[in-house]
Design a protein around this ligand. Structure first.
Ligand code: SF4
Ligand code: MSK
Length: 641
């Protein structure tokens, strides 16, 4: 059964032991059973894009070097990466489309359960789309903005408007390269066409369109999801909360919300506070209703409601193992089908809600935005009814929780850094220019049983802040950082270099800033654009002393995110390599040559300390190119050349 987790938070360690004792299989067991994994798949050189195949290229050069159609390793590996990006971009962008639909519905229907919660942000987005705002009702503006956003998915002419948030130099470069996204769905459709048998064979040309797809995600679908979620659910403000499995409370009816889209979870968060439902829970023998989040749904309701986080992606089964979860409520993305078997070992009901994501054996309560409160109420009542079915003898909830601060945005980082009355990135830029701060890094993404759970996330982040690199985080890395105490201001004094410590002390922020969910990586793009706009650090993102990383990545969304950061000019480090090492040419292109074209490139390094040091070396290279002052304080780490 599952191995010991050496670096994971204590609650996960306890629960994995419980899983072993009770012989309940989790993701770690299934990973062990899957060994050895297919070498062709790992190297990215198998193809099943047509039924003459499947074909595979011999990585040692002794066997076939071409598929039946004649495609070589470069073509096959690049097409496989392209299709991963298409899927990742589709997932994020479909999320954005759903939020835009909900905004339109809220704007058109005065009786909707949703309303515009941030009219100021709505007006800023309206300006970008060229929607008139003066002397207009907020609903009219919202309807026009939602329609403009929805139009960007399938439009046949023009460009995705949010690209205009990028620095002018970057926009110009994209135009020259021909990779400015024209429409979101269109770019995804085109890469699926090009990767069909017998279309695009040139690996560089396949990657060129893959960058366009990824940009349509980062500066399109994901940015729409983030911006319109802020409009609809309110822009997050930094707030205090707690994280880890200890937030599950045995005295309460526990509902765990898991997935990605905030349309349902936000309503659940609100409806769960209803007096009537809490009284029902009390009648059932509980003290009330307790909501906890997993994955990016957790991040969404954490940032806006301060709802506690139960865990990251690899804790979804561990939450059920407490025996105290009445309903595991899922929407879309990062849901392990294995949840069904684990919930069957307990009284827990697995409830699916999206017509896009059903799981055999789960109860399906379909969520409709036009009946949001009604559906949320039904789900909560299902959980209350299930409370009586608990086996009280079989409950085991680890005690561990950690305090954190979450909910920074491109705008609120602005306010915090500049002080309440001085909204500016100036102090950040000045800190970098003066050598108090070395630079910034975005550390994001999933966890994967192919690495020690959380080791890479935590070691990398600590190494960066130790060297005066401020870290922004999203997704499951943000949750891991929260569980390990890195999202508290005090973490600066424990782990950060002196320069970063001074900034954190002056402003009262943690050295690691929680910026939200996976689609909120678009907030990082906005932060980078704002730093450029503030001045003094070059005129393009590729000149900034910054780097990105997803040390324990696993999802196709992570590949799309990585590619839009590379195409935006960012050095992007991931742990285990992309599945393309069977193509030497593609490897050389993505990790080296592509930098000459777009200013960013991919890097792979499994050792998190070495990976962080490579990021720091890159940051130092950018500092030298900008002729910035030497670092103010003695360096904790002497970068390798
Ligand atoms: Fe084989 Fe070519 Fe078909 Fe791929 S597209 S399965 S390489 S014949
Ligand atoms: S949830 S995509 S495991 S970060 Fe966004 Fe976590 Fe990765 Fe899913």
């Amino acid at each position: 059964m599952a191995k010991e987790l050496k670096y994971a938070d204590k609650a996960s360690q306890e629960m994995i032991k419980r899983a072993c004792d009770d012989e309940i299989k989790t993701v770690w067991d299934r990973y062990e059973e899957m060994q050895p994994q297919c070498g062709f798949g790992t190297l990215g050189i198998c193809c099943k894009n047509c039924s003459m195949g499947p074909c595979r290229i011999d990585p040692f050069g002794d066997g076939p070097q071409e598929g039946i159609c004649g495609a070589n390793a470069d073509t096959i590996a690049s097409r496989n990466i392209a299709r991963m990006i298409a899927s990742g971009a589709a997932a994020h962008s479909d999320h954005g489309r759903d939020v835009a639909h909900t905004l339109l519905m809220a704007a058109e229907n005065p009786n909707s359960d949703y309303e515009v919660k941030d009219p100021e942000k709505l007006k800023r987005v309206a300006e970008l789309y060229g929607v008139k705002t003066s002397e207009r009702d907020i609903r009219e503006i919202a309807a026009d903005v939602a329609r403009a956003a929805l139009n960007e998915f399938g439009q046949q002419e023009g460009e995705v408007m949010m690209v205009k948030n990028a620095p002018p130099a970057r926009q110009k470069l994209w135009k020259e390269l021909g990779i400015t996204p024209r429409a979101i769905d269109r770019e995804i459709v085109e890469i699926m066409h090009r990767t069909h048998i017998g279309v695009d064979t040139d690996y560089k040309n396949v990657i060129k369109q893959s960058m366009r797809v990824a940009l349509a995600d980062g500066w399109g679908g994901s940015m729409i999801a983030t911006e319109l979620s802020d409009v609809l659910f309110g822009s997050p403000k930094p707030l205090r909360a707690t994280a880890n499995l200890g937030v599950i409370d045995k005295n309460y009816v526990n509902i765990i919300v898991h997935g990605h889209e905030p349309t349902l979870s936000d309503i659940i968060a609100v409806v769960s506070m209803s007096k009537e439902l809490n009284e029902k829970a009390q009648k059932a023998g509980a003290k009330g209703i307790n909501i906890g989040g997993i994955c990016c749904t957790a991040n969404e309701i954490l940032m806006r409601h301060g709802i506690a986080v139960a865990g990251s992606v690899m804790q979804q089964e561990l939450a059920v193992l407490t025996g105290a979860v009445e309903v595991m409520l899922v929407d879309v993305q990062c849901l392990y089908p294995g949840l069904e078997k684990v919930t069957n070992c307990f009284h827990t009901k697995l409830v699916t809600t999206s017509p896009k994501a059903k799981i055999p054996g789960a109860e399906h309560i379909e969520f409709h935005e036009d009946r949001a409160v009604e559906t949320a109420t039904k789900i909560i009542e299902t959980a209350i009814d299930n409370f009586k079915n608990r086996n009280q003898e079989n409950i085991y909830i680890p005690k561990n929780t950690e305090r954190l601060i979450a909910g920074f945005t491109a705008e609120s980082v602005f306010n915090w850094l500049g002080g309440k009355y001085r909204s500016t990135y100036r102090p950040l830029n000045d800190g970098v220019i003066a050598g108090r701060l070395r630079g910034a890094a975005g550390v994001i993404g999933c966890s994967n049983p192919n690495t020690e759970y959380e080791e890479s996330h935590i070691k990398m982040v600590k190494e960066l802040i130790k060297n005066d690199v401020v870290v922004v985080t999203t997704g499951c890395n943000a949750i891991s950082c929260g569980k390990h105490g890195l999202l508290q201001p005090e973490a600066a004094f424990k782990y950060a270099g002196k320069g970063l410590q001074e900034i954190c002390a002056a402003v009262g922020i943690p050295p690691v800033l929680h910026l939200g969910s996976c689609v909120d990586n678009s907030r990082i793009l906005t932060v980078l654009s704002n730093i450029v706009a503030e001045g003094g650090l070059g005129d393009d993102i590729s000149q900034l002393p910054v780097a990105g990383a997803a040390p324990e990545w696993m999802s196709e969304k992570a590949v799309s995110i990585g590619m839009y950061f590379v195409a935006s000019g960012v050095y992007t480090m991931i742990g285990h390599p992309l599945p393309m090492m069977g193509s030497k040419n593609l490897y050389k292109y993505l990790t080296d040559e592509i930098e000459k074209e777009v200013g960013g490139k991919w890097a792979f390094e499994l050792d998190p300390i070495k990976a962080a040091q490579k990021m720091i070396a890159h940051i130092d290279k950018k500092r030298a190119e900008l002729k910035l002052k030497p670092m103010m304080y003695e360096q904790a780490f002497a970068p390798v050349a």
